[in-house]
Design a protein around this ligand. Structure first.
Ligand SMILES: Nc1ncnc2c1ncn2[C@@H]1O[C@H](COP(=O)(O)OP(=O)(O)OP(=O)(O)O)[C@@H](O)[C@H]1O
Length: 252
């Protein structure tokens, strides 16, 4: 589904992405982990077109998307929610989602020149249900909790019906209980949506519990890629990352 081949990206003297080759199979649920500055967000920015690699290929269903504008990459099916909830504060949750659904429908149905509002409403209701946001749907986005704002941000990405959904630290800034709740919702969205989902996460317990595949980055390079068991027992990972988990957590 999504494949990176020998991708390199440098900022001056810093090699943020160092010859990275990775494969994310269709329908998989994968986590990207690594200490602060390991290159996780840069990797996401390269895939979504917000950065262009110095060299290498990024293939979505075998099509090289390097050099395409972020908006075209979204259209091709790569959706993203950011670390910071990018919401419209003066709109309600429902209105925000409805706008995203309407813009998606308008685009996909432009050729037919039809824009059936009932379909937009139905899809918006579906999303609210899927996100478990029924009780806050009529509230202004600015007035909902941090966790709900992040959920809404994921909902806005989902409204575009992505084939690949990328979540940059969906549980950042949350307490332990809220983290587990959020990751439970993310998992449910993945199960019900049938998409390929890739998320960045610092909490190792969450990563080991939820992810099918784990990619460990260190100094921009792939240190390991495997299942939870393979990563947990990988000597270099234990030395380079798990040993400093407390430090990484503390620096959040
Ligand atoms: N736009 C930029 N200009 C210069 N250097 C950058 C830029 N973006 C990232 N870097 C550098 O690239 C390296 C990787 O950064 P990146 O943000 O991708 O790491 P990360 O693993 O996401 O870190 P964190 O966990 O702190 O979010 C770091 O050394 C960072 O300082």
């Amino acid at each position: 589904m999504l494949r990176l081949e020998n991708v390199v990206k440098s900022f001056g003297g810093v090699v943020a992405t160092n010859d990275v080759s990775l494969n994310f199979p269709a329908g998989s649920l994968s986590a990207v982990i690594g200490p602060n500055g390991a290159g996780k967000t840069t990797l996401f920015n390269l895939v979504t077109g917000h950065l262009v690699p110095d060299s290498g290929r990024i293939l979505l269903e075998e099509e090289d998307i390097v050099g395409k504008a972020p908006v075209d990459i979204v259209r091709k099916g790569i959706g993203r929610a950011f670390q910071i909830a990018s919401i419209f504060p003066s709109m309600t949750v429902e209105q925000s989602l409805m706008c995203a659904v309407a813009s998606h429908f308008r685009e996909s149905e432009a050729l037919l020149s039809v824009f059936p509002p009932t379909n937009v409403r139905r899809r918006t209701e579906e999303l609210i249900e899927l996100l478990g946001m029924g009780s806050v749907a009529k509230l202004l986005s600015a007035n909902i909790s941090h966790g709900d704002q992040k959920l809404l941000d994921i909902g806005l990405a989902l409204a575009l019906e992505p084939k690949v959904l990328m979540l940059d630290e969906p549980t950042a800034g949350m307490g332990p209980e809220e983290r587990w709740q959020m990751i439970g919702t993310v998992r449910r969205l993945w199960e019900q949506g049938g998409m390929t989902l890739i998320f960045i996460e610092h909490d190792m317990d969450i990563v080991f519990e939820v992810a099918q595949g784990i990619t460990v980055l260190s100094y921009g390079a792939v240190l390991a890629q495997g299942t939870a068991d393979e990563i947990r027992n990988h000597p270099e990972v234990v030395e380079a990352y798990l040993g400093t988990e407390t430090t990484a957590e503390a620096s959040q």
